[in-house]
Design a protein around this ligand. Structure first.
Ligand SMILES: Cc1cc2nc3c(=O)[nH]c(=O)nc-3n(C[C@H](O)[C@H](O)[C@H](O)COP(=O)(O)OP(=O)(O)OC[C@H]3O[C@@H](n4cnc5c(N)ncnc54)[C@H](O)[C@@H]3O)c2cc1C
Length: 419
């Protein structure tokens, strides 16, 4: 049986890798010339992710794959410093002590916040809150001032249109981000970049005799009598028995996908000095066209790159005006925002920039999202789906989730073939 995997991101690579290891005949087709999808990187003499990336200690599946592929010694865990920019000042919020010192919440507010975080950590299954609005949950668990002073800016910068966001997403986010020691939160990074994971997977796939075609776009999937027959690509028609679709770009056109997605614009800047003293992740409450700043070289040593690197990121809902602007216009707006926030920052100090735009970068985890999750097997024989729309990516998408989805989907293909 021949399987075509559509998309060379982590879900597609994982599905292809798993099938190849089980002796399947597989062709992976990736539209771009490089593999990796959202976890892809720029090659600038070193690899640096197009969109910031790290992993959490609970991301066990990706850690197993990293080990299996012989990369475990490169996986490093570091304490990440978190800040919150509000009223022209950065407040450090990495450690419990720093959170206690946060002047924008009263002592009583902080007690409420701590109680809400502790009760969330005890919640075994956040998905039980799928149909509860996050805003309602926060106000019930804390009060209006914690909601407005702490959660609202985060929800707004992450989703824009936040009213209908599910508490399941918020709870799982709190669970994930609140696992910190007295020194702060530990995050994992593959020293040398996650591109090594992508490359190692691709090498394994090819060494097992399976094929990867880069720069090959799938335009359509042929179906006859409710069964997959092949795919139409930019290089011609390819017949196959199974197709594994890993991108919302095509699932949307096939009308299988009812999920609303958000887009992301992410700029990467190179400089010869720090932007922030030592903050890795900065959330913001400010009138600027971006939602967070991530200073990579305040997390991974600058020596690895020979320069300072930081990301500026905007999460967009449909029809956001920023999406329609040219790359140069976006960079100009970002630089103006940075100059407004950091008086010591001058745009002339930026040596270079890159801009990544992703249309389908995360599901919008609205209330009742759970009903929209797409199963691996579809109603069409031979058509499978694995990606950010699959169950391991609920209630938050991640590399770990897409790798799990790829493997889970491959297992279903294998078991159907054996049946
Ligand atoms: C800003 C940002 C930050 C993130 N940070 C983290 C993080 O810190 N930690 C973490 O774990 N995760 C993070 N993620 C999420 C993680 O990157 C994704 O969940 C994961 O990489 C998705 O993999 P995927 O294979 O499911 O999808 P994708 O990576 O989207 O892969 C789909 C692939 O299909 C290809 N494709 C599309 N259309 C076609 C076509 N017609 N024909 C052929 N190929 C096609 C695309 O080019 C792409 O390569 C982040 C994502 C973003 C956007």
């Amino acid at each position: 049986m021949k399987t075509v995997v559509i998309g060379g991101g982590l879900a597609g690579l994982s599905a292809a890798y798993s099938l190849c290891m089980h002796g399947g005949e597989v062709i992976l087709l990736e539209e771009e010339k490089d593999l990796g999808g959202l976890a892809g990187s720029y090659a600038r003499g070193y690899f640096i992710e197009k969109f910031y990336h790290h992993i959490f200690s609970g991301d066990v599946f990706i850690q197993q794959i990293i080990k299996e592929l012989g990369l475990l010694e490169k996986l490093e865990w570091r304490t990440a410093s978190i800040g919150y920019y509000i009223d022209g000042k950065i407040h450090r919020l990495s450690t419990p002590i720093e959170i206690l010192k946060f002047e924008h919440l009263s002592f009583f507010d902080k007690i409420l916040l701590a109680k809400a975080v502790l009760s969330t950590r005890r919640t075994k299954d956040p998905s039980l809150f799928d149909d509860v609005p996050a805003t309602k949950w926060v106000i019930e668990k804390t009060n209006k001032s914690v909601y407005e002073g702490f959660f609202l800016p985060l929800l707004k910068s992450k989703f824009g249109n936040y009213e209908n966001i599910s508490a399941a997403w918020l709870l799982s986010r709190i669970k994930l981000r609140s696992k910190r020691t007295f020194k702060g939160e530990r995050l994992g990074y593959l020293r040398g970049g996650f591109q090594q994971l992508v490359d190692r997977m691709a090498e394994k796939i090819e060494s097992e005799g399976c094929e990867i075609r880069r720069g090959c776009k799938v335009n359509d999937i042929f179906m006859a009598n409710n069964k997959v027959g092949g795919v139409e690509t930019s290089e011609g028609v390819l017949s196959c028995d199974n197709a594994i679709l890993t991108t919302p770009a095509l699932s949307k056109t096939l009308s299988i996908d009812k999920i609303k997605y958000q887009s992301t614009i992410c700029a990467l800047f190179g400089m010869d000095k720090n932007l922030m003293e030592d903050i890795y992740w900065l959330n913001l409450k400010a009138n600027v066209p971006f939602g967070a700043i991530i200073e990579h070289t305040n997390f991974v040593p600058r020596e690895d790159y020979g320069e300072n690197l930081f990301y500026v990121v905007s999460y967009l809902q449909e029809n956001d005006q920023l999406w329609k602007k040219s790359d140069k216009e976006i960079i100009d707006l970002y630089l103006k925002g940075l100059e407004k926030m950091f008086p010591d920052f001058h745009r002339e100090e930026v040596k270079w920039w890159e801009l990544a735009k992703g249309k389908y970068t995360a599901p919008v985890y609205e209330r009742c999202y759970k009903n929209k999750i797409i199963p691996y097997s579809s109603h069409i024989e031979g058509l499978y789906l694995a990606g950010i729309f699959s169950s391991p990516n609920y209630p938050e998408r991640s590399m770990n989730g897409s790798i799990r989805a790829g493997f889970g989907c491959a297992r279903e293909v294998i078991s159907d073939e054996r049946a």
